[in-house]
Ligand binder design. Structure first.
Ligand code: SF4
Length: 145
């Protein structure tokens, strides 16, 4: 069976970060070499523009607000569902996601105060993918994907 993996698009060098930048990670690129890679950016899949006002998950753990105080939860909800559908349509059961993001965060997220303070937690899409059987891969772990 073909090895297929989803990867946060910004880790692959796509300019989909809120500020128009990327998070190119050579370790990730090397790790997925030879596999069929599905780039996903849940925030843009959910309908947000790039660049965009940054959002963070609020203290209730489900509402997402941007730095202007607007509720952006709908975009994040759309993005998580679109991401899962995309993975399922490709028979993909694993993903490498960008930690720290309100969508993709795997072990940490921002605390909702826009003060660059990180707390333990998962992004909206990461949590949803895990709950639906997608294995989230830690690239620092040794061995084959
Ligand atoms: S939503 Fe995920 S893929 Fe998109 S820019 Fe943020 S961390 Fe990267």
């Amino acid at each position: 069976m073909e090895h297929v993996i989803a990867v946060s698009a910004c880790l692959l060098g796509y300019h989909c970060k809120y500020n128009g930048g990327h998070n190119l990670d050579i370790v990730v690129v090397e790790k997925v070499k030879g596999m069929k890679v599905i780039p996903i950016c849940p925030e843009t899949l959910g309908g947000m523009e790039t660049p965009r006002i940054p959002s963070e998950i609020a203290s209730d753990g489900v509402t997402v607000m941007n730095q202007k105080g607007e509720d952006t939860t709908l975009y994040f909800e759309r993005g998580k569902k679109a991401s899962l559908l995309l993975l399922q349509s490709e028979g993909c059961t694993k993903a490498i996601l960008k930690d720290g993001s309100p969508s993709c965060g795997t072990t940490t997220i921002s605390d909702g105060t826009f003060s660059k303070t990180k707390i333990p937690g998962e992004g909206i899409t990461c949590k949803y993918l895990r709950a639906n059987g997608i294995k989230i891969i830690d690239v620092t772990e040794e061995g084959e994907l």
